[in-house]
Design a protein around this ligand. Structure first.
Ligand code: KG4
Ligand code: ZN
Length: 350
């Protein structure tokens, strides 16, 4: 059994958790949504300052709620890439300090690998290979999960992430931040076929479309033009119909690409992660399409889909069990491909 305490500060959640292999012993998430709401999005400077203010309390609470003494903690895990560099640095500095103070190994974790490991927390019997659809405010990726530390990105967005598109369209419709839950709620009363919107296909030089990559900026612009046209015709915008049509288009685009990947790579299982995994229309379409093809879909519970430290701890416990640890010089990186996860670990001594 491997037990780690994990820290996650890559964006606007300050989180810590204690995880034993694929089981959560405690988890604390302090969200900064209220601090960023007046700006309509995450402000990096505000985020790092908030992390600094509460990181110590969050870590202390996670350890206390686990009921474990430091002696039973095998390692200190921290998200070190990708993300807002100032925010990541707060977590990395805290983790390095704890590792030195308590003489424990340090395990840097790639944020997206963490999202993948949320599925192992949801279903501890899950084993690779499987396909992960990761849809959050910062990412939209289709990742072939081969083994711990071994991934291949099969598809991604060429511009806005799916969650970012929800947030921008919500702003356009005058809805509060974060936009995803607001659009999801409003769409329940709307007609998803009221307006035909473009799905964001990526044309290939040789003709046809990229089967797995997506684009959401064209869709966002199409909604903007539609809203401007409707505003000229009437003062009352059909907000629910607009929300439902937009949401249906995003869900269809993601479902089509996910199913194409699963079929082409003969993957029987699909795990979903990231905040947009909460979206009811996406869940409905993906479940329906996967069932029709005889594939399994795993939707982790919401607290595991959004940013949290338990998923980081679960990934770190797997790496530590394989002997992977990070050097004390571990840095924060705003960008790092998931294919390069193993660069976070020091080479094994010969
Ligand atoms: O994973 P997450 O909590 O944070 C990161 O971006 O890493 O994802 C947040 C994103 C936001 O863009 C939010 O609008 C979106 O997830 N979101 C949703 C829903 N709930 C949250 N998008 C669509 N439908 C939802 N129900
Ligand atoms: Zn995330």
């Amino acid at each position: 059994m491997t037990t780690v305490i994990a820290i996650e500060t890559s964006c606007d959640e300050t989180a810590a958790a204690v995880v034993k292999n694929r089981h959560i012993l405690s988890q604390v998430v302090a969200s900064q949504i209220a601090a960023h709401r007046p700006y309509g999005g995450v402000v990096p400077e505000v985020a790092s300052r908030q992390h600094v203010e509460i990181i110590n309390d969050v870590v202390a609470t996670a350890l206390q709620e686990s009921g474990l003494p430091w002696a039973e903690i095998d390692g200190i895990a921290v998200t070190c890439a990708p993300g807002l560099v100032g925010s990541l640095l707060v977590g990395v500095t805290a983790a390095k300090t704890l590792a030195m103070l308590h003489d424990k190994p340090l395990i840097g974790v790639h944020h997206l690998e963490g999202h993948i490991y949320a599925s192992y927390l949801q279903d501890p019997t899950l084993e690779p290979p499987f396909l992960c659809l990761l849809v959050s405010g910062g990412h939209t990726s289709l990742i072939y999960v081969k083994d711990c530390g071994h991934y291949q990105t099969l598809g991604q967005t060429r511009d806005d992430a799916a969650g970012e598109a929800f947030d921008k369209v919500a702003r356009l419709l005058g809805l509060p931040y974060p936009g995803g839950p607001a659009i999801d709620q409003l769409a329940q009363q709307g007609d998803p076929h009221a307006f035909a919107l473009p799905e964001g296909n990526i044309s290939l030089p040789q003709g046809g479309y990229h089967p797995y990559d997506s684009s959401f900026s064209g869709l966002k612009t199409a909604v903007l033009r539609l809203v401007q046209r409707l505003q000229q015709e009437s003062t009352d915008l059909p907000l629910a119909d607009l929300a439902a049509s937009f949401q249906m288009t995003v869900a269809r685009s993601l479902t089509r690409r996910t199913l194409a990947c699963a079929q082409d790579y003969a993957l029987q299982k699909i795990a979903v992660g990231g905040g947009v995994a909460a979206n009811r229309e996406l869940r409905r379409q993906l479940q329906e399409a996967a069932t029709a093809q005889g594939l399994q879909v795993l939707f982790p519970q919401m607290a595991l889909c959004t940013d949290n430290a338990a998923m980081i701890g679960c990934a770190a416990a797997a790496h530590l069990a394989c002997g992977h640890t990070s050097a004390s010089t571990l840095g924060a990186q705003s960008r790092l491909k998931i294919e390069d996860v193993m660069t976070l670990y020091a080479p094994e001594p010969i």
